[in-house]
Design a protein around this ligand. Structure first.
Ligand SMILES: Cc1cc2nc3c(=O)[nH]c(=O)nc-3n(C[C@H](O)[C@H](O)[C@H](O)COP(=O)(O)OP(=O)(O)OC[C@H]3O[C@@H](n4cnc5c(N)ncnc54)[C@H](O)[C@@H]3O)c2cc1C
Length: 572
Protein backbone atom coordinates (compact mmCIF):
# COMPACT_ATOMS: atom_id res chain seq x y z
CA UNK A 1 0.00 0.00 0.00
CA UNK A 2 1.08 3.53 -0.56
CA UNK A 3 2.73 5.68 2.00
CA UNK A 4 0.01 7.32 3.97
CA UNK A 5 -0.39 10.73 5.44
CA UNK A 6 -3.44 11.06 7.63
CA UNK A 7 -5.77 13.43 5.94
CA UNK A 8 -6.85 16.42 8.00
CA UNK A 9 -9.87 15.77 10.17
CA UNK A 10 -12.81 17.38 8.48
CA UNK A 11 -14.90 19.95 10.22
CA UNK A 12 -17.88 18.34 11.86
CA UNK A 13 -20.83 19.48 9.81
CA UNK A 14 -19.77 22.06 7.35
CA UNK A 15 -22.49 21.49 4.78
CA UNK A 16 -25.55 22.69 6.49
CA UNK A 17 -27.87 23.31 3.59
CA UNK A 18 -29.43 19.89 3.71
CA UNK A 19 -32.60 18.91 1.95
CA UNK A 20 -33.27 15.34 2.95
CA UNK A 21 -36.30 15.05 0.73
CA UNK A 22 -34.01 14.94 -2.29
CA UNK A 23 -31.47 12.50 -1.05
CA UNK A 24 -32.96 9.08 -1.57
CA UNK A 25 -30.50 7.21 -3.78
CA UNK A 26 -27.36 8.29 -2.02
CA UNK A 27 -28.60 8.29 1.56
CA UNK A 28 -26.31 6.40 3.88
CA UNK A 29 -26.70 4.70 7.25
CA UNK A 30 -25.57 7.14 9.93
CA UNK A 31 -23.74 4.45 11.90
CA UNK A 32 -21.77 3.23 8.95
CA UNK A 33 -20.57 6.69 8.12
CA UNK A 34 -19.89 7.51 11.74
CA UNK A 35 -17.43 4.64 12.01
CA UNK A 36 -15.72 5.58 8.76
CA UNK A 37 -15.41 9.11 9.99
CA UNK A 38 -13.78 7.94 13.19
CA UNK A 39 -11.26 5.77 11.38
CA UNK A 40 -10.86 7.09 7.89
CA UNK A 41 -7.82 4.96 7.19
CA UNK A 42 -9.04 1.84 8.93
CA UNK A 43 -8.90 -1.40 7.00
CA UNK A 44 -12.01 -3.39 6.18
CA UNK A 45 -12.82 -6.45 8.29
CA UNK A 46 -11.38 -8.71 5.57
CA UNK A 47 -8.20 -6.60 5.55
CA UNK A 48 -8.81 -4.98 2.22
CA UNK A 49 -6.46 -2.00 2.09
CA UNK A 50 -8.12 1.38 2.02
CA UNK A 51 -6.74 4.45 0.28
CA UNK A 52 -8.07 7.89 -0.04
CA UNK A 53 -7.72 7.89 -3.83
CA UNK A 54 -7.32 5.07 -6.35
CA UNK A 55 -6.07 6.26 -9.72
CA UNK A 56 -6.65 3.95 -12.68
CA UNK A 57 -3.99 4.17 -15.38
CA UNK A 58 -0.43 5.48 -15.56
CA UNK A 59 -0.34 7.45 -18.80
CA UNK A 60 -0.18 11.23 -18.88
CA UNK A 61 -3.52 11.35 -17.04
CA UNK A 62 -2.71 8.98 -14.20
CA UNK A 63 0.83 10.26 -13.64
CA UNK A 64 -0.39 13.85 -13.79
CA UNK A 65 -3.04 13.02 -11.19
CA UNK A 66 -0.40 11.42 -8.97
CA UNK A 67 1.82 14.50 -9.13
CA UNK A 68 -1.06 16.83 -8.32
CA UNK A 69 -2.33 14.66 -5.46
CA UNK A 70 1.09 14.67 -3.86
CA UNK A 71 1.40 18.41 -4.29
CA UNK A 72 -1.96 18.83 -2.61
CA UNK A 73 -0.61 16.89 0.37
CA UNK A 74 -2.54 13.73 -0.45
CA UNK A 75 -0.12 10.83 -0.36
CA UNK A 76 -2.56 8.09 0.58
CA UNK A 77 -3.22 6.89 -2.95
CA UNK A 78 -2.35 4.12 -5.39
CA UNK A 79 -2.03 4.13 -9.15
CA UNK A 80 -3.45 0.88 -10.54
CA UNK A 81 -1.98 -0.02 -13.92
CA UNK A 82 -2.75 -3.15 -15.90
CA UNK A 83 0.58 -3.11 -17.76
CA UNK A 84 4.05 -3.54 -16.30
CA UNK A 85 5.30 0.02 -16.76
CA UNK A 86 4.10 3.60 -17.01
CA UNK A 87 3.44 5.44 -20.25
CA UNK A 88 -0.06 4.50 -21.43
CA UNK A 89 -0.41 5.48 -25.08
CA UNK A 90 3.34 5.96 -25.34
CA UNK A 91 4.14 2.54 -23.94
CA UNK A 92 1.57 0.67 -26.05
CA UNK A 93 2.08 2.38 -29.40
CA UNK A 94 5.58 1.41 -30.45
CA UNK A 95 4.81 1.00 -34.14
CA UNK A 96 7.41 2.17 -36.66
CA UNK A 97 7.19 5.93 -37.09
CA UNK A 98 5.11 6.56 -33.95
CA UNK A 99 5.41 10.20 -32.84
CA UNK A 100 3.20 12.93 -31.46
CA UNK A 101 1.46 15.25 -33.87
CA UNK A 102 1.37 18.19 -31.47
CA UNK A 103 4.78 19.83 -30.91
CA UNK A 104 6.60 18.32 -27.95
CA UNK A 105 7.10 21.61 -26.12
CA UNK A 106 3.30 21.81 -25.87
CA UNK A 107 2.68 18.08 -25.62
CA UNK A 108 4.23 17.80 -22.16
CA UNK A 109 3.28 18.82 -18.63
CA UNK A 110 3.46 22.54 -17.86
CA UNK A 111 4.97 21.62 -14.48
CA UNK A 112 7.65 19.37 -16.01
CA UNK A 113 9.22 21.17 -18.96
CA UNK A 114 11.75 19.16 -20.92
CA UNK A 115 14.49 21.27 -22.51
CA UNK A 116 15.91 18.14 -24.15
CA UNK A 117 13.12 17.26 -26.58
CA UNK A 118 15.10 16.03 -29.60
CA UNK A 119 12.61 17.06 -32.27
CA UNK A 120 9.75 19.47 -32.61
CA UNK A 121 7.48 16.40 -32.93
CA UNK A 122 9.33 13.86 -30.81
CA UNK A 123 9.02 10.15 -31.29
CA UNK A 124 7.38 7.55 -29.07
CA UNK A 125 10.63 6.39 -27.36
CA UNK A 126 11.36 9.95 -26.21
CA UNK A 127 7.84 10.58 -24.95
CA UNK A 128 7.83 7.26 -23.13
CA UNK A 129 11.21 8.09 -21.55
CA UNK A 130 9.82 11.48 -20.49
CA UNK A 131 6.95 9.79 -18.64
CA UNK A 132 9.31 7.34 -16.94
CA UNK A 133 11.30 10.34 -15.78
CA UNK A 134 8.20 12.09 -14.50
CA UNK A 135 7.51 8.99 -12.38
CA UNK A 136 11.05 9.18 -10.95
CA UNK A 137 11.49 12.92 -10.50
CA UNK A 138 8.13 13.39 -8.80
CA UNK A 139 8.52 10.39 -6.48
CA UNK A 140 5.60 8.45 -7.89
CA UNK A 141 7.14 4.95 -7.81
CA UNK A 142 5.92 4.01 -4.30
CA UNK A 143 2.34 4.59 -5.47
CA UNK A 144 2.48 2.50 -8.66
CA UNK A 145 0.89 -0.94 -8.76
CA UNK A 146 1.72 -2.69 -12.04
CA UNK A 147 0.03 -5.76 -13.52
CA UNK A 148 -3.07 -4.62 -11.69
CA UNK A 149 -6.05 -4.39 -14.00
CA UNK A 150 -9.21 -2.94 -12.52
CA UNK A 151 -11.95 -5.42 -13.33
CA UNK A 152 -14.69 -3.80 -11.25
CA UNK A 153 -15.35 -0.69 -9.21
CA UNK A 154 -18.58 -0.58 -7.23
CA UNK A 155 -19.88 2.23 -5.04
CA UNK A 156 -20.63 0.94 -1.56
CA UNK A 157 -23.63 2.99 -0.45
CA UNK A 158 -23.38 1.83 3.15
CA UNK A 159 -19.75 2.67 3.62
CA UNK A 160 -19.68 5.54 1.13
CA UNK A 161 -16.57 4.34 -0.62
CA UNK A 162 -15.52 2.53 -3.76
CA UNK A 163 -14.95 -1.23 -3.68
CA UNK A 164 -12.32 -1.94 -6.28
CA UNK A 165 -11.52 -5.38 -7.64
CA UNK A 166 -8.34 -5.90 -9.63
CA UNK A 167 -6.40 -8.81 -11.05
CA UNK A 168 -3.97 -8.29 -8.16
CA UNK A 169 -6.34 -7.97 -5.23
CA UNK A 170 -8.92 -5.61 -3.82
CA UNK A 171 -8.85 -2.07 -2.52
CA UNK A 172 -11.35 0.34 -1.14
CA UNK A 173 -11.05 4.04 -1.85
CA UNK A 174 -12.85 7.24 -0.93
CA UNK A 175 -12.43 8.47 -4.49
CA UNK A 176 -11.53 7.02 -7.85
CA UNK A 177 -9.72 8.85 -10.64
CA UNK A 178 -10.31 7.13 -13.97
CA UNK A 179 -7.38 7.88 -16.26
CA UNK A 180 -7.78 4.67 -18.24
CA UNK A 181 -7.24 6.44 -21.54
CA UNK A 182 -9.47 7.53 -24.39
CA UNK A 183 -7.42 5.51 -26.89
CA UNK A 184 -6.20 2.58 -24.85
CA UNK A 185 -8.29 -0.38 -26.01
CA UNK A 186 -7.69 -1.36 -29.63
CA UNK A 187 -10.61 -2.02 -31.89
CA UNK A 188 -10.35 -4.73 -34.56
CA UNK A 189 -13.41 -5.09 -36.77
CA UNK A 190 -15.33 -8.32 -36.53
CA UNK A 191 -14.62 -9.47 -40.08
CA UNK A 192 -16.01 -12.66 -41.55
CA UNK A 193 -13.22 -15.17 -42.02
CA UNK A 194 -10.53 -13.30 -40.08
CA UNK A 195 -9.90 -16.44 -38.05
CA UNK A 196 -9.07 -18.31 -41.29
CA UNK A 197 -6.19 -15.98 -42.12
CA UNK A 198 -2.98 -18.01 -41.97
CA UNK A 199 -0.58 -15.04 -41.66
CA UNK A 200 0.24 -12.50 -38.99
CA UNK A 201 -2.43 -10.14 -37.65
CA UNK A 202 -1.94 -7.29 -35.23
CA UNK A 203 -3.25 -3.89 -34.24
CA UNK A 204 -1.12 -0.77 -34.63
CA UNK A 205 -1.05 -0.31 -30.83
CA UNK A 206 0.16 -3.87 -30.23
CA UNK A 207 2.97 -4.01 -32.78
CA UNK A 208 4.71 -7.35 -33.09
CA UNK A 209 8.37 -6.37 -33.35
CA UNK A 210 9.39 -10.01 -33.79
CA UNK A 211 7.58 -10.22 -37.12
CA UNK A 212 10.02 -9.49 -39.97
CA UNK A 213 8.35 -7.22 -42.51
CA UNK A 214 11.11 -7.32 -45.10
CA UNK A 215 9.80 -8.51 -48.45
CA UNK A 216 6.34 -9.40 -47.08
CA UNK A 217 2.97 -8.57 -48.61
CA UNK A 218 1.40 -6.42 -45.92
CA UNK A 219 -2.14 -5.05 -45.69
CA UNK A 220 -2.67 -1.79 -43.80
CA UNK A 221 -6.33 -1.52 -42.85
CA UNK A 222 -7.34 2.04 -42.05
CA UNK A 223 -6.00 5.45 -42.98
CA UNK A 224 -6.08 7.42 -39.74
CA UNK A 225 -3.34 9.10 -37.76
CA UNK A 226 -1.47 5.88 -36.89
CA UNK A 227 -1.62 4.55 -40.48
CA UNK A 228 -0.23 7.84 -41.77
CA UNK A 229 2.86 7.24 -39.64
CA UNK A 230 3.13 3.50 -40.22
CA UNK A 231 2.76 3.53 -44.04
CA UNK A 232 5.84 5.66 -44.80
CA UNK A 233 7.86 3.84 -42.12
CA UNK A 234 7.25 0.33 -43.49
CA UNK A 235 6.72 0.93 -47.23
CA UNK A 236 10.45 0.89 -48.06
CA UNK A 237 10.90 -2.50 -46.32
CA UNK A 238 7.89 -4.52 -47.39
CA UNK A 239 7.52 -6.37 -50.66
CA UNK A 240 4.04 -5.02 -51.30
CA UNK A 241 1.85 -2.71 -49.24
CA UNK A 242 -1.92 -2.80 -49.77
CA UNK A 243 -3.72 0.07 -48.05
CA UNK A 244 -7.44 -0.38 -47.44
CA UNK A 245 -8.93 3.08 -47.35
CA UNK A 246 -12.60 3.50 -46.45
CA UNK A 247 -12.33 7.28 -46.32
CA UNK A 248 -9.33 9.39 -47.33
CA UNK A 249 -7.96 11.89 -44.84
CA UNK A 250 -6.90 15.49 -45.36
CA UNK A 251 -3.17 15.77 -44.87
CA UNK A 252 -1.10 18.89 -44.14
CA UNK A 253 2.68 19.31 -44.16
CA UNK A 254 4.45 18.40 -40.94
CA UNK A 255 6.85 21.07 -39.80
CA UNK A 256 9.14 18.69 -37.96
CA UNK A 257 12.82 19.29 -37.41
CA UNK A 258 15.58 18.44 -34.98
CA UNK A 259 15.88 20.78 -32.01
CA UNK A 260 19.39 22.22 -32.13
CA UNK A 261 21.85 21.88 -29.26
CA UNK A 262 21.79 25.65 -28.92
CA UNK A 263 18.03 25.65 -28.45
CA UNK A 264 18.27 22.87 -25.87
CA UNK A 265 20.97 24.73 -23.93
CA UNK A 266 18.96 27.91 -24.10
CA UNK A 267 15.80 26.19 -22.83
CA UNK A 268 17.80 24.48 -20.06
CA UNK A 269 19.59 27.59 -18.83
CA UNK A 270 16.82 30.09 -19.40
CA UNK A 271 13.50 28.30 -18.82
CA UNK A 272 11.70 31.48 -19.81
CA UNK A 273 12.67 30.71 -23.43
CA UNK A 274 10.98 27.30 -23.23
CA UNK A 275 7.94 28.97 -21.72
CA UNK A 276 7.85 31.51 -24.53
CA UNK A 277 8.08 28.72 -27.09
CA UNK A 278 5.26 26.82 -25.41
CA UNK A 279 3.19 29.98 -25.17
CA UNK A 280 3.55 30.62 -28.89
CA UNK A 281 2.61 27.06 -29.81
CA UNK A 282 -0.35 27.27 -27.48
CA UNK A 283 -1.59 30.61 -28.82
CA UNK A 284 -1.34 29.52 -32.45
CA UNK A 285 -3.60 26.57 -31.72
CA UNK A 286 -6.06 28.59 -29.66
CA UNK A 287 -6.46 30.97 -32.57
CA UNK A 288 -7.53 28.08 -34.82
CA UNK A 289 -10.36 26.97 -32.55
CA UNK A 290 -12.90 29.45 -33.83
CA UNK A 291 -12.69 28.00 -37.32
CA UNK A 292 -13.38 24.48 -36.03
CA UNK A 293 -16.21 25.32 -33.68
CA UNK A 294 -17.94 28.41 -34.99
CA UNK A 295 -16.82 29.30 -38.50
CA UNK A 296 -15.98 26.14 -40.43
CA UNK A 297 -16.10 28.23 -43.63
CA UNK A 298 -12.72 29.67 -42.63
CA UNK A 299 -11.21 26.22 -43.06
CA UNK A 300 -11.54 26.52 -46.86
CA UNK A 301 -8.14 28.22 -46.96
CA UNK A 302 -6.58 25.37 -45.02
CA UNK A 303 -8.26 22.92 -47.36
CA UNK A 304 -6.55 24.60 -50.30
CA UNK A 305 -3.20 24.10 -48.58
CA UNK A 306 -4.03 20.43 -48.17
CA UNK A 307 -5.04 20.14 -51.83
CA UNK A 308 -1.71 21.63 -52.85
CA UNK A 309 0.11 19.24 -50.51
CA UNK A 310 -1.68 16.33 -52.20
CA UNK A 311 -0.82 17.63 -55.65
CA UNK A 312 2.84 18.00 -54.63
CA UNK A 313 2.99 14.49 -53.21
CA UNK A 314 1.04 12.51 -55.80
CA UNK A 315 1.61 13.00 -59.52
CA UNK A 316 -0.87 10.37 -60.74
CA UNK A 317 -4.33 11.98 -61.18
CA UNK A 318 -6.16 8.67 -60.65
CA UNK A 319 -4.43 8.13 -57.30
CA UNK A 320 -4.99 11.79 -56.41
CA UNK A 321 -8.70 11.31 -57.03
CA UNK A 322 -8.74 8.31 -54.70
CA UNK A 323 -6.97 10.31 -52.02
CA UNK A 324 -9.17 13.41 -52.22
CA UNK A 325 -11.72 13.53 -49.38
CA UNK A 326 -15.31 14.53 -50.14
CA UNK A 327 -15.83 16.29 -46.80
CA UNK A 328 -14.59 19.54 -45.35
CA UNK A 329 -11.14 19.60 -43.80
CA UNK A 330 -11.27 19.33 -40.01
CA UNK A 331 -14.38 17.13 -39.93
CA UNK A 332 -12.12 14.14 -39.33
CA UNK A 333 -8.73 14.46 -37.66
CA UNK A 334 -6.29 16.32 -39.95
CA UNK A 335 -3.14 14.31 -40.52
CA UNK A 336 0.32 15.86 -40.56
CA UNK A 337 2.85 14.16 -42.81
CA UNK A 338 5.43 14.92 -45.48
CA UNK A 339 6.03 11.26 -46.24
CA UNK A 340 2.56 9.69 -46.36
CA UNK A 341 1.65 10.72 -49.92
CA UNK A 342 5.01 9.76 -51.44
CA UNK A 343 4.71 6.35 -49.70
CA UNK A 344 1.21 5.85 -51.10
CA UNK A 345 2.48 6.81 -54.54
CA UNK A 346 5.41 4.37 -54.37
CA UNK A 347 5.56 1.51 -56.89
CA UNK A 348 5.10 -1.21 -54.25
CA UNK A 349 1.98 0.40 -52.72
CA UNK A 350 -1.59 -0.12 -53.83
CA UNK A 351 -4.39 2.02 -52.43
CA UNK A 352 -7.70 0.17 -52.38
CA UNK A 353 -10.45 2.80 -52.17
CA UNK A 354 -12.67 0.62 -50.00
CA UNK A 355 -12.75 -0.94 -46.58
CA UNK A 356 -11.86 -4.55 -45.88
CA UNK A 357 -15.04 -6.66 -46.04
CA UNK A 358 -14.01 -10.26 -45.68
CA UNK A 359 -11.05 -12.59 -45.30
CA UNK A 360 -10.82 -15.89 -47.22
CA UNK A 361 -7.65 -17.61 -46.14
CA UNK A 362 -4.82 -15.36 -47.27
CA UNK A 363 -7.13 -13.44 -49.64
CA UNK A 364 -8.54 -10.16 -48.43
CA UNK A 365 -11.78 -9.07 -50.07
CA UNK A 366 -12.47 -5.35 -50.15
CA UNK A 367 -15.92 -3.76 -50.04
CA UNK A 368 -15.52 -2.98 -53.78
CA UNK A 369 -15.10 -6.73 -54.48
CA UNK A 370 -11.38 -6.58 -55.30
CA UNK A 371 -9.20 -9.38 -53.92
CA UNK A 372 -5.68 -9.09 -52.48
CA UNK A 373 -3.22 -11.76 -51.37
CA UNK A 374 -1.23 -10.81 -48.27
CA UNK A 375 1.07 -12.33 -45.63
CA UNK A 376 0.21 -9.97 -42.77
CA UNK A 377 -2.60 -7.62 -41.74
CA UNK A 378 -1.98 -4.51 -39.67
CA UNK A 379 -5.14 -2.98 -38.28
CA UNK A 380 -4.97 0.78 -37.89
CA UNK A 381 -8.64 0.76 -37.04
CA UNK A 382 -8.61 2.84 -33.91
CA UNK A 383 -9.88 2.24 -30.41
CA UNK A 384 -12.99 1.71 -28.34
CA UNK A 385 -13.78 5.35 -27.72
CA UNK A 386 -17.51 6.06 -27.52
CA UNK A 387 -18.02 2.61 -25.95
CA UNK A 388 -15.48 3.23 -23.18
CA UNK A 389 -14.39 -0.22 -21.87
CA UNK A 390 -14.28 1.06 -18.31
CA UNK A 391 -18.02 1.72 -18.69
CA UNK A 392 -19.12 -1.85 -18.13
CA UNK A 393 -16.86 -2.27 -15.08
CA UNK A 394 -17.98 0.63 -12.90
CA UNK A 395 -21.24 0.52 -10.94
CA UNK A 396 -22.71 3.54 -9.19
CA UNK A 397 -25.13 4.22 -6.33
CA UNK A 398 -28.01 2.15 -7.66
CA UNK A 399 -25.85 -0.63 -9.08
CA UNK A 400 -26.10 0.76 -12.60
CA UNK A 401 -22.97 0.73 -14.73
CA UNK A 402 -21.74 3.58 -16.90
CA UNK A 403 -22.45 1.36 -19.90
CA UNK A 404 -26.15 1.11 -18.95
CA UNK A 405 -26.36 4.73 -17.92
CA UNK A 406 -24.77 5.82 -21.19
CA UNK A 407 -26.97 3.75 -23.51
CA UNK A 408 -27.95 7.00 -25.25
CA UNK A 409 -24.37 8.28 -25.31
CA UNK A 410 -21.64 9.20 -22.83
CA UNK A 411 -22.08 12.35 -20.82
CA UNK A 412 -20.60 13.94 -17.74
CA UNK A 413 -20.52 17.28 -15.98
CA UNK A 414 -17.50 19.25 -17.23
CA UNK A 415 -16.10 16.03 -18.67
CA UNK A 416 -15.27 14.94 -15.14
CA UNK A 417 -18.10 13.68 -12.94
CA UNK A 418 -21.34 11.79 -13.48
CA UNK A 419 -24.60 11.79 -11.54
CA UNK A 420 -24.97 8.49 -9.68
CA UNK A 421 -21.21 7.94 -9.36
CA UNK A 422 -20.04 9.83 -6.26
CA UNK A 423 -16.37 10.71 -5.96
CA UNK A 424 -15.61 9.29 -9.39
CA UNK A 425 -13.49 11.66 -11.44
CA UNK A 426 -12.62 11.18 -15.09
CA UNK A 427 -9.44 12.44 -16.65
CA UNK A 428 -10.26 12.76 -20.35
CA UNK A 429 -13.91 12.00 -19.81
CA UNK A 430 -16.75 12.61 -22.27
CA UNK A 431 -16.36 15.68 -24.51
CA UNK A 432 -12.85 16.59 -23.47
CA UNK A 433 -11.02 15.58 -26.66
CA UNK A 434 -9.36 18.05 -29.00
CA UNK A 435 -9.10 18.25 -32.74
CA UNK A 436 -6.12 20.56 -32.93
CA UNK A 437 -4.16 20.98 -29.71
CA UNK A 438 -2.44 19.15 -26.87
CA UNK A 439 -4.48 16.82 -24.71
CA UNK A 440 -2.11 17.59 -21.87
CA UNK A 441 -3.78 21.00 -21.56
CA UNK A 442 -7.14 19.30 -21.03
CA UNK A 443 -5.67 16.76 -18.60
CA UNK A 444 -4.16 19.52 -16.47
CA UNK A 445 -7.49 21.36 -16.41
CA UNK A 446 -9.27 18.26 -15.18
CA UNK A 447 -6.62 17.79 -12.53
CA UNK A 448 -7.30 21.31 -11.24
CA UNK A 449 -10.94 20.32 -10.94
CA UNK A 450 -10.12 17.04 -9.20
CA UNK A 451 -7.87 18.67 -6.61
CA UNK A 452 -10.36 21.44 -5.97
CA UNK A 453 -13.12 18.85 -5.46
CA UNK A 454 -11.09 16.81 -2.96
CA UNK A 455 -10.02 19.95 -1.11
CA UNK A 456 -13.58 21.23 -0.93
CA UNK A 457 -14.82 17.91 0.44
CA UNK A 458 -12.36 18.22 3.29
CA UNK A 459 -13.19 21.85 3.92
CA UNK A 460 -16.89 21.09 4.05
CA UNK A 461 -16.49 17.93 6.05
CA UNK A 462 -18.29 15.85 3.46
CA UNK A 463 -17.49 12.31 2.42
CA UNK A 464 -18.53 12.39 -1.18
CA UNK A 465 -19.97 14.48 -3.95
CA UNK A 466 -21.83 13.81 -7.14
CA UNK A 467 -23.21 16.23 -9.71
CA UNK A 468 -26.93 16.86 -9.66
CA UNK A 469 -28.81 15.34 -12.58
CA UNK A 470 -29.99 18.83 -13.42
CA UNK A 471 -26.54 20.40 -13.61
CA UNK A 472 -25.30 17.55 -15.74
CA UNK A 473 -28.28 17.83 -18.11
CA UNK A 474 -27.86 21.59 -18.50
CA UNK A 475 -24.17 21.29 -19.18
CA UNK A 476 -24.72 18.71 -21.90
CA UNK A 477 -27.66 20.49 -23.51
CA UNK A 478 -25.57 23.60 -23.87
CA UNK A 479 -22.54 21.62 -25.00
CA UNK A 480 -24.46 19.75 -27.70
CA UNK A 481 -26.03 22.99 -28.82
CA UNK A 482 -22.57 24.40 -29.38
CA UNK A 483 -21.56 21.19 -31.11
CA UNK A 484 -24.19 21.71 -33.83
CA UNK A 485 -22.16 24.46 -35.47
CA UNK A 486 -18.80 22.75 -35.42
CA UNK A 487 -17.06 21.32 -38.45
CA UNK A 488 -17.30 17.88 -36.80
CA UNK A 489 -21.09 18.08 -37.14
CA UNK A 490 -21.41 20.09 -40.35
CA UNK A 491 -18.38 18.95 -42.35
CA UNK A 492 -20.12 16.03 -44.07
CA UNK A 493 -18.15 13.13 -42.61
CA UNK A 494 -18.62 10.25 -40.23
CA UNK A 495 -15.76 10.16 -37.74
CA UNK A 496 -14.80 8.24 -34.62
CA UNK A 497 -15.79 11.31 -32.65
CA UNK A 498 -19.43 10.35 -33.18
CA UNK A 499 -21.23 7.56 -31.37
CA UNK A 500 -23.60 5.16 -33.08
CA UNK A 501 -26.45 7.68 -32.87
CA UNK A 502 -24.31 10.35 -34.52
CA UNK A 503 -23.74 12.37 -31.34
CA UNK A 504 -20.29 13.79 -30.71
CA UNK A 505 -19.47 12.67 -27.18
CA UNK A 506 -15.71 12.88 -27.66
CA UNK A 507 -14.63 16.44 -28.49
CA UNK A 508 -14.74 19.68 -26.56
CA UNK A 509 -16.50 22.33 -28.65
CA UNK A 510 -14.35 25.23 -27.53
CA UNK A 511 -10.87 26.46 -26.77
CA UNK A 512 -8.64 24.89 -24.16
CA UNK A 513 -8.79 28.25 -22.36
CA UNK A 514 -12.56 28.04 -21.99
CA UNK A 515 -12.24 24.48 -20.68
CA UNK A 516 -9.57 25.64 -18.23
CA UNK A 517 -11.94 28.31 -17.01
CA UNK A 518 -14.84 25.86 -16.73
CA UNK A 519 -12.79 23.47 -14.59
CA UNK A 520 -10.79 25.91 -12.51
CA UNK A 521 -13.06 25.48 -9.49
CA UNK A 522 -15.86 23.16 -8.49
CA UNK A 523 -19.19 24.98 -8.40
CA UNK A 524 -20.91 23.44 -5.38
CA UNK A 525 -24.33 24.52 -6.61
CA UNK A 526 -23.90 21.80 -9.21
CA UNK A 527 -23.31 19.11 -6.61
CA UNK A 528 -25.00 16.96 -4.03
CA UNK A 529 -22.88 16.19 -1.01
CA UNK A 530 -22.79 13.15 1.21
CA UNK A 531 -21.80 14.17 4.69
CA UNK A 532 -19.17 12.40 6.68
CA UNK A 533 -20.11 13.03 10.30
CA UNK A 534 -23.83 12.77 10.68
CA UNK A 535 -24.35 10.43 7.78
CA UNK A 536 -27.04 12.58 6.22
CA UNK A 537 -26.84 12.79 2.49
CA UNK A 538 -28.16 15.52 0.34
CA UNK A 539 -27.69 18.39 -1.98
CA UNK A 540 -25.48 21.08 -0.58
CA UNK A 541 -27.32 23.73 -2.47
CA UNK A 542 -29.58 23.51 -5.43
CA UNK A 543 -29.59 26.90 -6.97
CA UNK A 544 -29.25 27.39 -10.71
CA UNK A 545 -25.79 26.75 -12.07
CA UNK A 546 -24.07 30.09 -12.34
CA UNK A 547 -23.41 31.78 -15.66
CA UNK A 548 -19.76 30.88 -15.40
CA UNK A 549 -20.70 27.23 -15.28
CA UNK A 550 -21.80 27.16 -18.92
CA UNK A 551 -19.62 25.23 -21.33
CA UNK A 552 -18.73 28.38 -23.14
CA UNK A 553 -16.05 30.99 -23.23
CA UNK A 554 -14.09 32.75 -25.86
CA UNK A 555 -10.65 31.65 -26.87
CA UNK A 556 -7.81 33.43 -25.23
CA UNK A 557 -4.29 33.95 -26.32
CA UNK A 558 -2.36 33.08 -23.20
CA UNK A 559 -2.05 29.62 -21.73
CA UNK A 560 -3.99 29.39 -18.51
CA UNK A 561 -1.81 28.74 -15.52
CA UNK A 562 -2.14 25.61 -13.44
CA UNK A 563 -3.56 26.71 -10.15
CA UNK A 564 -1.57 26.03 -7.03
CA UNK A 565 0.69 23.33 -8.36
CA UNK A 566 3.84 24.51 -6.67
CA UNK A 567 7.16 24.65 -8.39
CA UNK A 568 8.19 23.26 -11.73
CA UNK A 569 10.57 20.37 -12.11
CA UNK A 570 12.75 20.81 -15.16
CA UNK A 571 13.24 17.39 -16.74
CA UNK A 572 16.80 17.93 -17.84
C1 LIG B 1 -0.75 6.76 -31.48
C2 LIG B 1 -1.31 7.91 -30.71
C3 LIG B 1 -0.79 9.17 -30.89
C4 LIG B 1 -1.32 10.24 -30.17
N1 LIG B 1 -0.79 11.47 -30.37
C5 LIG B 1 -1.29 12.52 -29.69
C6 LIG B 1 -0.74 13.83 -29.88
O1 LIG B 1 0.16 14.03 -30.67
N2 LIG B 1 -1.29 14.85 -29.19
C7 LIG B 1 -2.32 14.65 -28.32
O2 LIG B 1 -2.78 15.62 -27.71
N3 LIG B 1 -2.84 13.43 -28.09
C8 LIG B 1 -2.36 12.37 -28.76
N4 LIG B 1 -2.88 11.12 -28.55
C9 LIG B 1 -3.96 10.94 -27.57
C10 LIG B 1 -3.38 10.38 -26.26
O3 LIG B 1 -4.10 9.23 -25.99
C11 LIG B 1 -3.48 11.41 -25.14
O4 LIG B 1 -2.76 12.56 -25.53
C12 LIG B 1 -2.88 10.95 -23.80
O5 LIG B 1 -1.66 10.28 -23.97
C13 LIG B 1 -3.85 10.10 -23.03
O6 LIG B 1 -3.32 9.87 -21.76
P1 LIG B 1 -4.15 9.03 -20.69
O7 LIG B 1 -3.30 8.89 -19.50
O8 LIG B 1 -5.48 9.63 -20.53
O9 LIG B 1 -4.41 7.64 -21.40
P2 LIG B 1 -3.39 6.51 -21.80
O10 LIG B 1 -2.08 7.07 -22.17
O11 LIG B 1 -4.08 5.66 -22.79
O12 LIG B 1 -3.19 5.69 -20.45
C14 LIG B 1 -4.21 4.91 -19.91
C15 LIG B 1 -3.59 3.86 -19.03
O13 LIG B 1 -4.63 3.19 -18.33
C16 LIG B 1 -4.34 1.81 -18.30
N5 LIG B 1 -5.60 1.09 -18.11
C17 LIG B 1 -6.67 1.07 -18.95
N6 LIG B 1 -7.66 0.31 -18.42
C18 LIG B 1 -7.20 -0.13 -17.23
C19 LIG B 1 -7.76 -0.94 -16.22
N7 LIG B 1 -8.99 -1.46 -16.33
N8 LIG B 1 -7.03 -1.20 -15.12
C20 LIG B 1 -5.77 -0.69 -14.97
N9 LIG B 1 -5.19 0.08 -15.92
C21 LIG B 1 -5.90 0.36 -17.03
C22 LIG B 1 -3.67 1.55 -19.63
O14 LIG B 1 -2.89 0.36 -19.61
C23 LIG B 1 -2.83 2.80 -19.79
O15 LIG B 1 -1.55 2.66 -19.26
C24 LIG B 1 -2.39 10.04 -29.26
C25 LIG B 1 -2.93 8.76 -29.11
C26 LIG B 1 -2.39 7.70 -29.81
C27 LIG B 1 -2.99 6.33 -29.63
Amino acid sequence: MASSTKRPRPRAAGATTQDRSRTAPEAVEPDAVESDAAEPDAVEPEAVPHVRVAVIGSGFGGLGAAVRLRRAGITDFVVLERADSVGGTWRDNSYPGCACDVPSHLYSFSFAPNPDWPRSFSGQPDIRAYLEKVADVFGLRPHLRFNTEVTEARWDVERTRWQITTTAGRWTADAVVAAAGPLADPQIPDLPGLDTFPGKVFHSSRWDHDFPLAGKRVAMVGTGASAAQIVPAIQPQVGKLTVFQRTPAWVLPRRDRAITELEKRLHGRFPITAKARRGTLFALRELQVDAFVRRPGLLKLVQRLAERHLADGVADPALRAKLTPDYRIGCKRILLSNTYYPALAAANTEVVPAGLREVRGSTLVAADGSEHEVDAIVFGTGFHVTDMPMGSRVFGVDGTSFAEKWKEGMEALRGSTVHGFPNFFFVIGPNTGLGNSSMILMIESQLNYLIDALTRLDEIGATAMQPTARAQRRWNLELQHRMDRTVWSTGGCRSWYLDKSGKNTVLWPGSTTSFRRATRKVDLTEYELILRRDGRAGPSALSEPSASSEPSGSSGSSEPSVAATGTEEVMA
